[in-house]
Design a protein around this ligand. Sequence first.
Ligand SMILES: *C1O[C@H](CO)[C@@H](O)[C@H](O)[C@H]1NC(C)=O
Ligand SMILES: *[C@@H]1O[C@H](CO)[C@@H](O)[C@H](O)[C@H]1NC(C)=O
Ligand SMILES: *[C@@H]1O[C@H](CO)[C@@H](O)[C@H](O)[C@H]1NC(C)=O
Length: 160
Amino acid sequence: MNILLFIFLFFATFSSSSTLIRRQDALSGFKPCIGGGTFPNEITTYTFTPNPLVAGQMATGRIAGKATVPIENGALYNITTFHENQIFLQHIIDFCKMFAIPNGSTCPINGDYDFTINFPVEPSTNVVNTSIEYDARTLIINPDGNILSCIEGKITFHYP
Ligand SMILES: *C1O[C@H](CO)[C@@H](O)[C@H](O)[C@H]1NC(C)=O
Ligand SMILES: *[C@@H]1O[C@H](CO)[C@@H](O)[C@H](O)[C@H]1NC(C)=O
Ligand SMILES: *[C@@H]1O[C@H](CO)[C@@H](O)[C@H](O)[C@H]1NC(C)=O
């Protein structure tokens, strides 16, 4: 009886706090992209610190996964954020230069990888003292155009 009540309260506490669950989730609430086919390289960790990101400040990002298909030199990391279905920000960067080399690795990347980088968050253009949640999609694309990984979810920016 008491144990059942405890279990119920335990789950009620956790399910009422989706933000907490999202922060503890290794993928920060991101999931494999829907409707875009299948992608050979699973991403197992995708986190930001702080979360929410703070506009105009430095942040730390971690990406880890399995390169079942080698990530070649020149592969692109493409992150797009959308607000009300419009593109808000898009960054297309060299995956190997941005993630692998600062972490003492080189491309091609085979098998498990785990990279952490520091990056600047865009400053606010016109909003202050508010937080905005964006839809986001992240892809890793080989130079031959093969989309190796695709995950999508939500990213919150805090504008101080
Ligand atoms: C990866 O790069 C980050 C940021 O430069 C650094 O803190 C981390 O120690 C590096 N990891 C490895 C395994 O080199
Ligand atoms: C980057 O990703 C966006 C959104 O998924 C997509 O529309 C765009 O074509 C991609 N660009 C490149 C160069 O991969
Ligand atoms: C920031 O917003 C909160 C509520 O959204 C408000 O209570 C607070 O006074 C605001 N702070 C400033 C400095 O405007």
